[in-house]
Design a protein around this ligand. Structure first.
Ligand code: NAP
Length: 542
């Protein structure tokens, strides 16, 4: 223990993380009159929008719905510049939110939480930071993020490469310019695609190491005028209501006539209409049957493939490499990326795809990357867009110990379970947002699901305190029932048959389970509301 450990900070509530959820959780608990502080590893607010400052980073929920709903005036006074603003603007917006509500004075930056142990004698949590500082708190709110634990060491020999290596999820503020450089990009998920399409015009050459291809949808990203924003401001209540009550937390929803009741012309018209939208609506608001029915999913997949083939000039080699087949997976069972000119990039002379299915990466070497066919690909810069240990990763990187010294990390190495993504049995007064088994990341617009979860948690704590109680812990029975329901809903979908981070299959040894609840945001809200309305049955509140 160092000098910092002499002093213990005593709190009513402690928030881990100052991203979208952590900031709102801090705001809420402070409003309740609790002594609360947030702790954040970064030097600023923003979470995802602080760390993912890679070229081309932007969200793909529209600006009018990637919002907070607790301050109408704030919504109306921040004018997004375009429909899908890029990372710098989103980071600026979150700073605006933090400053408007004076959140930063209660956030300690540059602090990583190492451990949090529950003391059964005092019913309080003892938390230790990376500098040895101690915090003693009654309630612990882990708002650590769904996609905030990047996978850093994917490849043998990574440290031997003599050029620059950049990890998209930890992109440095002072990253060097890529202009004129020989660059490798590994990964073609939503992140890799944004990087590739953005840097292609400036690099001298780029090799993209492609493994699983993606069904790509072109993003339509018009600039927003004053008039455009006034349009959305006039629809504030309506939009807020829509996002809270739709399947995926967006302002669009599945409204088309069922597939089997439609003619071929009608189906095509619906698909074309959503395609023209240039948003995720083709996925989350055309035909919900794509999640359940393999034949329908295949027909919609073929619709997307045709669009992609045209853009690739029907180049056979590129089509084989970049367009998913039915054997890979069908449209919508994998996170769908929105892109701008992504496919056209591969038609440029300075861009070359490397097929990692036939020639996987063997290791990094001082000059660059060696593939299994013995080729050494030489680079100045290697960009790793290789994904995250999603859902459970950020929480498992903290040593959480609940009752009987049980370890959350050890538990989740066996099986990842939660009750509604909000609590885990055995960890009293620990609440989580963006955790496994709640709706998240495109099975929910993140701001919608995170705000709902924060509101639910706040009301639960308020309920306990108003009733003179000190601890809240979900029972094993409630947790089991949620897991059973979650799995039953998931098992009916095609998503569980597809390998991706959704199923945890991108991390070796991770127990397989759909990490996001797929019963719908509207359904999730109804179920969680019911628990609260009934006075939290199955929760031990003492
Ligand atoms: P990801 O979807 O998990 O993609 C990781 C990529 O790295 C995949 O293409 C993967 O290939 C590849 N990869 C991993 N190991 C490899 C290896 N050994 N050799 C070759 N390729 C390898 O991660 P992500 O792109 O960071 O996206 C994660 C999530 O973040 C998204 O799904 C989305 O929810 C969110 N996100 C959102 C936005 C947005 O809102 N616009 C932007 C970026 C990210 P395989 O698939 O073959 O394993």
């Amino acid at each position: 223990m160092n000098a910092a450990a002499d002093k213990v900070t005593v709190l009513d509530a402690m928030v881990i993380g100052a991203g979208v959820a952590g900031m709102y959780q801090l705001y809420n608990l402070r409003k309740m009159g609790l002594k609360v502080r947030a702790y954040e590893t970064a030097t600023g607010v923003g979470g995802t929008w602080y760390w993912n400052r890679y070229p081309g980073a932007r969200f793909d929920s529209q600006a009018e719905i990637y919002q907070y709903w607790f301050d109408e005036e704030m919504y109306k006074s921040w004018k997004p510049s375009e429909r899908f603003p890029a990372q710098p603007e989103t980071e600026e917006w979150l700073n605006y939110v933090a400053d408007r509500h004076e959140l930063k004075k209660d956030i300690q930056f540059s602090t990583r939480i190492k451990s949090a142990h529950y003391d059964e004698e005092t019913n309080r949590w003892n938390v230790v930071t990376d500098s040895g500082e101690l915090i003693n708190t009654q309630f612990l709110l882990a708002c650590c993020g769904m996609l905030s634990a990047p996978i850093e060491n994917r490849f043998k020999g990574q440290e031997t490469f003599q050029g620059e290596t950049y990890l998209t999820g930890k992109w440095p503020k002072d990253a060097k310019s890529l202009t004129g450089k020989r660059v490798a990009v590994i990964g073609t998920g939503a992140t890799g695609i944004q990087v590739i399409q953005t840097i292609a015009p400036e690099v001298s050459s780029m090799k993209v190491f492609c493994r699983t291809p993606q069904y790509a949808i072109p993003m339509k990203n018009p600039k927003y005028s004053e008039q455009d924003w006034t349009y959305w401001c006039d629809r504030y209540d309506e939009t807020k209501d829509k996002v809270m009550n739709s399947f995926a937390g967006f302002d669009y929803d599945f409204t088309a006539k069922p597939w089997h009741e439609s003619t071929e012309e009608e189906r095509l018209a619906v698909l074309e209409e959503h395609w023209e939208e240039g948003s995720l609506s083709l996925w989350l608001a055309s035909y919900s049957e794509i999640f359940f029915d393999e034949d329908i999913a295949e027909e919609v997949s073929e619709f997307v493939r045709n669009k992609m083939r045209q853009r690739l000039g029907n180049d056979k080699k590129l089509c084989n490499l970049l367009i998913p087949t039915k054997d890979d997976y069908t449209f919508g069972t994998h996170r769908v990326p929105l892109e701008s000119n992504y496919l056209e990039v591969y038609l440029q002379d300075n861009v070359e795809p490397v097929d990692c299915r036939t020639t996987p990466i063997q290791e990094f070497v001082p000059e660059g990357i060696k593939t299994e066919d013995g080729t050494i690909h030489e680079f100045d810069v290697i960009i790793l867009a290789t994904g995250f240990d999603a859902g459970s990763g950020a929480l498992s990187r903290i040593d959480f110990r609940g009752r009987d010294n049980r370890s959350l990390k050890d538990q989740w190495q066996q099986e990842i379970t939660t009750a509604m993504g909000l609590q885990v049995h055995g960890y009293p007064n620990l609440f989580t947002t963006g955790a496994p088994l709640a709706p998240s990341a495109a099975l929910c617009n993140m701001t919608t699901c995170l705000q709902y979860q924060v509101d639910w948690i706040t009301n639960c704590i308020d309920f306990a305190l108003k009733n003179g109680k000190k601890t809240i812990e979900v029972s094993k029975e409630v947790e089991n029932a949620w897991v059973e329901h979650h799995d039953e809903v998931a098992s009916k979908t095609l998503v569980v048959k597809t390998d991706s981070w959704y199923m945890g299959s991108n991390v070796e040894g991770k127990p397989r389970r759909l990490l996001s609840y797929i019963g719908g945001v509207n359904d999730y809200h109804k179920r969680c509301d019911e628990v609260a309305e009934k006075g939290y049955p199955g929760f031990k509140i003492d």
